[in-house]
Design a binder for this molecule. Structure first.
Ligand code: MLT
Length: 262
């Protein structure tokens, strides 16, 4: 489905129709398809909203830098368009950065928060340098310059890496560079966590090469109502690698939220 959001054609999908709406945000270079089989198989009738973030999937790419707050604004305007006042915002990796920006700017619109293999801290200088190099590579050689290396960093499972590579190869160069520049310039949102009082879930993959498990645990401890779920067999992509275990955590989060919202 498509809607005109912030002057761009914005693509999203909805599965289920019951309960508190859950928004599942994908990570960098990916799109809603990464969450769709998970939502259909494990979240049943629950109303789940799956957006393609700006410059990703079938949502328009704009030129320039995509601030996390800009992508959060797209999401809140999508909720507005759908008539959804409050939702559980759940983001994977870059989608988690967007979820925290959402929590900062629209705290009254959050019923629960899910942070999946993501971090609250900003980029280190070294990470930023890596991103600027990637921006140059994509500008010079297109999306393929990034897809190969990135896919194998996201998961150790060769079949899943190949699926992910196919998605990354379809991504728009403007989307890649906008998101890279936006992630490089994002602020540290760690100080926000103690003020997020809604039920929250932090998920870490014990084989994740991108987010250290200790960092995830610190985030969960900082959230007043935060649960920590550590997945021994997951890397950076638990919705593909260990979907059942991830679903166990998310279903608990939904139940906690529904108990509060009653
Ligand atoms: C992602 O999966 O969204 C990215 O790995 C996040 C990042 O590069 O910081």
């Amino acid at each position: 489905m498509k809607a005109l959001i912030n002057q761009i054609s914005f693509c999203y999908e909805i599965t289920g129709s019951k309960g508190v709406p859950v928004v599942l945000l994908h990570g960098f270079g990916l799109n809603r398809s990464i969450w769709l089989p998970f939502a259909t198989k494990y979240l049943g009738d629950q109303r789940v909203i799956l957006p393609d973030l700006r410059g990703h999937g079938e949502t328009d790419a704009t030129a320039g830098l995509y601030r996390m707050s800009m992508m959060a604004e797209d999401v809140v305007n999508l909720l507005e368009f759908l008539g959804v006042r409050k939702a559980i915002i759940c983001g994977h990796s870059m989608g988690g950065y967007v979820s925290l920006a959402f929590a900062e700017h629209y705290p009254h619109r959050i019923a629960g928060l899910g942070l999946i293999t993501t971090r609250a801290a900003s980029d280190t200088a070294e990470n930023q340098r890596g991103r600027y190099e990637m921006v140059e590579a994509v500008r010079n050689n297109g999306s393929a310059a990034l897809a190969e290396n990135l896919a194998s960093r996201l998961t150790a499972d060769a079949n899943l890496a190949s699926e992910i590579r196919t998605i990354l190869l379809q991504a728009s160069p403007d989307g890649f560079t906008g998101a890279l520049l936006g992630m490089a310039s994002r602020s540290d949102r760690s100080s926000l966590l103690p003020g997020i009082s809604v039920p929250s879930l932090v998920v870490a993959g014990e084989k994740d090469e991108i987010i250290a498990i200790d960092e995830a645990k610190v985030m969960a401890d900082a959230l007043p109502d935060g649960l920590f779920l550590s997945l021994p067999n997951a890397g950076h992509m638990p919705m593909l690698e260990t979907p059942e275990e991830l679903a166990g955590g998310l279903v608990k989060l939904i139940k906690r939220v529904e108990a509060v919202e009653k």
